[in-house]
Each structure stands twice: as C-alpha cells, then as structure tokens.
Design a protein around this ligand. Structure first.
Ligand code: HEM
Length: 337
C-alpha cells in the first residue's frame, strides 16, 4: 500500500475514534458540560477552542494555528492584512507628497527629518536611512501611537464612570487649577497631583499591554540562579510589576492613593511601568502622557460621566485580553456640567 493510502486509513481511524469518543462524552456528560465548540465537531472544536457563536474569532484563532492553509481561504481573518495594506498605501502617499515639497531648510516633521538624513547618507552603503525604513518606522509610530492612546482613554472613562467619587475629585481639581474659562494646558499637570495620580492608577489598573513586547536574548544570561540561553524569546510581563502586592497595597483595586503620599502630593512607584522599562521602552511615553492628561481634563472640564438610562453598573473586566486588554463596548453619557 502506498503512503497516501496508509495516511487515508490512518485519518479515517482517527476520525472514527473521535466520533466514538464524542458520542460517549455526550452520553456521559450531556452537551451542556462541553466547553463551547461547533456542534458538528465537538471534540476538534473544543480542542482548538473554536466557538460556534463567534465564527470570526474562531477563524482568527485558526489563522494563528494554520496560517498557510488559512491564507488560501477567504474570510474575516483577511481584514487585518487588508487594513495593514491600506495604512501602508496611505503612508507611501504621504511620503511622496513630502518629497515633492521637501525643503532641507524647513523641516516640518519626522518624514522631512528622515528624508534629509537619507540625502546626507546616500553614499553610505551601510545606512539605515532607506526608503523602506522610512515607511516602516512611520508605520510603527502610527500603529504604536494611535490605538494605544484611544483604547486607554476609552477604558479610563469607563473606569471613572464606575468611580464617581474619583471623578468628583478630578472635577474639583480642574475647577481649582484651570477653571472653566480656558482649555487645560500641559503646564497645569504639575499643579494637579490628584489628576496625575489618577492617570497613573488608571494606566496601572487597565494594564493595557500586559505581556509587554517580546525580547530576544542576545547572550546567555544568569538571573537569580536561572540560565536564560542565548536566542530565547522572553516576555517582560509588565502585568506582574503593575500588580505587585509588594509595591501596591491593593493591586487588583482601582485606588489613586497608590500614587499619593499622606500630604496629597504625587508619589512615584518604580513598579509603575505601563510603557515598559529599559533602553527600548515606549518611544512615545512623553507624548502619550501629555495626550492622556489633555484629553481627560478637557473632557472632564465640561462633562460629567453618567450611565445610560437603565444601567447602574458595568463590567470593567476586559472584553479581550491578549496582546492588549481591550474594554467591553459599553455606552456612556456625557452630561454638560
Ligand atoms: C497609552 C499609550 C501608550 C502605551 C501604554 C504604550 C506602551 C508601549 C509599550 C509597553 C511598549 C513596549 C516597550 C518595550 O518593548 O519595552 C511600547 C513601544 C513603543 N511605543 Fe508605545 N505606548 C503608548 C503610546 C505610544 C505613542 C503615542 C507612540 C508614538 C507616537 C508610541 C510609540 C511606540 C514605539 C515606536 C514603540 C517601540 C519602541 C522600540 O521598540 O524601541 N507609543 N509602547
């Protein structure tokens, strides 16, 4: 018998075993006790954690397991690549527009500064200032700097909705420091320790990027008796620092006092690292901190947060928790103050 024939018989035996096992499990446990899986394939479905009720999530999961096969099939798992392509096309267009109006004496932004370096280093074969790196770094900044800020702010508002006492104290600090006649400015931050503490606590509590970004170990390293071999991939697990009970009194609770001393002044904490730590920590930390402060204070200067009619409480646990902690899609009302 040839190889194909043997493989077919082997597969048929496996499938038959799966169906017998499936029938037996149903008889013993009933269908209710099975974890979610599409009904035609309860065992395989459960093994792959496929969900009949959320087909697109299941397809994404399958993509991670069988990327080559899934590449050949149509479906929502392709949306990510389409969006990626659209963003890249947008960036290429913007770079071209910059090139057409480029003036080395008036650098307007990052793209202009990069174009100037490309010109200065055009005879250096080792240069990193290439067209491809320009497109990729703009893409990195674009991706790293948009969703992070907007998701944080969305989550912040939901957490504050559930903590009206904290919201009221921010309102009081805004009224005392900024008033109602001008917009908040970044200079106000230093005068607003309570709001600063709340923002730090919000970032700690929502734990936006729990695992951090991966690192490749460059040389064999000893840490506390463990040997980490060269070439290992490691996750810094920012979540473990942000929820360290030696550093935060109530690590699982939202408690701005984690970042306030007894006099009400802002108190730093070395475990507070939502932007990670080390040489390759978040490039946009300073900008992000400014954005979060300005957006939050500008919204709260004019509005009070309220549940929509009929809702008294919302679930603050993440909707999705993987690379990022993404909040559930709740409605909230902005009531003019
Ligand atoms: C709330 C907002 C943000 C959070 C929580 C955040 C968090 C992070 C984290 C945890 C990392 C991984 C750092 C590491 O590997 O050690 C990172 C990397 C990075 N972030 Fe942010 N980020 C935010 C906003 C921004 C903004 C506004 C920008 C740019 C405008 C930005 C650009 C980047 C870039 C380019 C990297 C890669 C740095 C590198 O690999 O050297 N981020 N960010």
């Amino acid at each position: 018998m040839d190889l194909l024939g043997s493989a077919t018989i082997f597969l048929a035996i496996c499938l038959a075993c799966l169906f017998v096992l499936s029938a037996w499990r149903r008889k013993i446990y009933g269908t209710k006790n099975l974890p979610p899986g599409p009904m035609p394939l309860p065992i395989i479905g459960n093994f792959l954690e496929l969900k009949a009720k959320n087909v697109s999530e299941s397809l994404r999961r399958l993509y991670n397991i069988f990327p080559r096969i899934m590449d050949l099939l149509p479906g929502p798992h392709k949306t990510f690549f389409k969006n990626l392509h659209d963003v890249q096309a947008f960036i290429s267009k913007r770079v071209k527009a910059h090139e057409e109006t480029f003036d080395p004496n008036v650098l307007r932004d990052y793209v202009d500064a990069f174009l100037l370096k490309m010109e200065q280093e055009k005879h250096n074969p080792q240069t990193e200032f290439t067209r491809e790196n320009l497109a990729m770094t703009v893409y990195d900044i674009f991706i790293a700097g948009t969703e992070t800020g907007s998701t944080s702010l969305r989550y912040f508002l939901l957490v504050l909705l559930e903590h009206p006492d904290v919201e009221a104290k921010i309102h009081a600090e805004i009224d005392r420091t900024i008033g109602r006649d001008r917009l908040p400015s970044i200079k106000d931050r230093i005068e607003m320790p309570y709001t600063e503490a709340v923002i730090h606590e919000l970032q700690r509590y929502i734990d936006l990027i729990p695992l951090g970004l991966t690192r490749l170990v460059q040389k064999e390293t000893q840490i506390r008796g463990y040997t980490i071999p060269k070439g290992s991939t490691i996750y810094p697990i920012l979540s473990s620092a942000l929820h360290d009970s030696n550093q935060f009194e109530n690590p699982r609770k939202f408690c701005p006092e984690h970042f306030l001393d007894d006099k009400g002044a802002f108190k730093k904490n070395s475990a507070d690292m939502p932007f990670s730590a080390g040489k390759r920590n978040c490039l946009g930390e300073g900008l992000a901190r400014m954005q979060l402060f300005l957006f939050l204070t500008t919204i709260l200067q004019s509005f009070r947060l309220k549940h929509p009619p009929g809702v008294t409480q919302i679930d603050l646990t993440p909707d999705v928790s993987g690379f990022g902690n993404i909040p559930r899609p709740h409605l909230l009302c902005f009531v003019p103050r």
